[in-house]
Every structure is written in C-alpha cells, then in structure tokens.
Design a protein around this ligand. Sequence first.
Ligand code: DOR
Ligand code: ZN
Length: 334
Amino acid sequence: MEITLTAPLDMHLHLREGAMLAQVAPLSARDFAGGLIMPNLVPPVTTPERLRTYKEEIRQAIAPHTFTPYMTLFFTPHYTYDFLAQIRDEILAIKLYPAGVTTNSQEGVASFDLDLLAPTLEAMSQLQIPLCVHGETNGFVLDREAQFLPIYKELAQAFPDLTIVMEHITTHEAVQTLLEHENLHATITLHHLFTTLDDLAGGLLRPHLFCKPIPKRPEDRQALRELAFSAHERVMFGSDSAPHPRSKKEAPGCAAGVFTAPLALPALVQLFEEANALEALQAFVSDNARRIYRIDPPAKQVRLVKEPWQVPESYGDVVPFLAGTTLSWRVDAL
Ligand code: DOR
Ligand code: ZN
C-alpha cells in the first residue's frame, strides 16, 4: 500500500541557525515542499538584513532539496505601514509572541492594549500579511491557552480582514473559538495530536515531550483530532518541530520543544489511517495552507509506503519524538 502527497507543507517550523540548522533543515526539506519558518532566533528576526541573511543560510542548508522557506518576521508594534510595504514580498506572515511565554520570546509583546498594536495590525490587514500568534498568557500553565482566547476574539473582531492564525492549538475551547470567527485559522502539531499531559508527566517525566503549549487532557486531544481528521478548511498542519540539543532537554531546566520534522509525515499517515481519515490528509498537510496563505509551493510529490520504519534514537544530538518506536509507514526514497 502507498500514498502520495502533493506538496506537503509544514506551516510552523523552527530551523534555528548555525550547526543546528545545518543538521535539521535537510530533514524537513527532504519530506516537505515548504515550511513557514519561525523567527524566534537570538536576537529575533526583525530587520530586512537579518531576514535575508537567515533565508540565505536556510537555502544553503537545504540544497539540493526542493523546499520553499516561507519567511516570517517577529512581531513588534514598531513596524510601520511603509516598512511593511517594503518587506511585504519577502515574508509570508508575522509571528506574534507574548513576552516570555516560550523559547526566545523575551522581546515579544508585553501588553495587548489594542490601541498600541492597532497601527501595525491595521497595516498588516491592508497589506494582506497574515498574523500568526502564540496564544498563551503567563497564567497557570494548563489554563494559558484558554485565558488567551478572549484576545483572539478581540483581534478577530477588531481586524475582520486580517488573516489570523492560532498557532499550535491544544484545547477544545480553542477549537470552539476558531469555529466562531471566520478570519481565525489554526495550526495543529503532530505531538498535540498524539500526546496528553499523561504522556509527559503522568509516569516518569519525559523531557523530550515537554513543549509550549503543554499537552492537555484526552478530551482536548480528541477535539484536535476531530478537527484534523475532518480537514476543516481553516486548519493546517504546522509541526512546531523545535529541536534542542539533548543537553538542554535532559537537564534540570528542560527547554520546551519537540523535534518531529523527520517523522512527521509517516506518523501523520499512520494516525489518519487508523482513524479512517486518509482522504482528509492532503487538505490538512497542503491544500488548506495553499488557500489560506495564497501560496503555490513547488509541485513536489512525496510518496509514503506502508512498511515498518523505526524512528532513529537520535539525529546528531537531538532526540526526536517517538524515538526508537516503529511506525507502520515510511517515506519512500525520492
Ligand atoms: O515548545 C516550544 N518550543 N514552543 C514554542 O512556542 C517555541 C519552541 C521553540 O522555539 O523551542
Ligand atoms: Zn513554535
């Protein structure tokens, strides 16, 4: 048995820089036709120069694979209409992080006073630049996403023409909010489709499953699965694949992030097949994103075959999600 996906896209991807980028980027570029590259570097990507240098570094790392890096800027309320108009063709979206909620987000937004954010958001709306949001507050860890939902509603109502993407949603409440507003969209990760808080912390602590937002309850995971398996037209796959070296994960202060890129497609096919939802997979991993972001990725066909494949224990010094387990699908050599 086999399945061919046309232009699979990963619409939320951390590639890092330097040696880590060189190590992980080819793994995404092998399996995907493109990805939305997150800007939470140190310092974050906020200038045209940094954006161009970063894109060039990615290009060199992914050769010879066919893969389009769709670039993002790190949101600041200082971006003016003129600045954005000039950089518009070099980015696909702008990513907003609340200050301090996750890895390298210290320079994020400290206040959601819409009067402060409005000029930049209005300019983005006029220039048709989508806004991607890490939607968590600094509240109690299990409630952070739910506490952020009123901000999503406010943004959706105040900027009805702005394309807003709720990144890596994890709760049934977030699914409900998404359904209520036409200009809200969402990405769902692989690890939030697979895990709940029990997998991370219900037995022995599993640092390689630790991420932000934290995985939630079984009924939350079920709501995410139903949304993905129905390939709702405003939902896309975004892995949030976020590599950290083993020394940063197996540590007293464990870094947040799950590395899923090299096994994302086989694991998705397995999950969708088990749910009898394979016919929704093409829309979930490509077609919806193409429509939402108005992109035309390379016409890359990725074939998966139903043969046992053991996920490697590590890629360099990065331990992947599901390390050492055997999946029932593998990506065919291209
Ligand atoms: O777990 C996470 N890791 N969540 C994020 O939002 C950021 C990411 C990272 O960059 O490591
Ligand atoms: Zn992320």
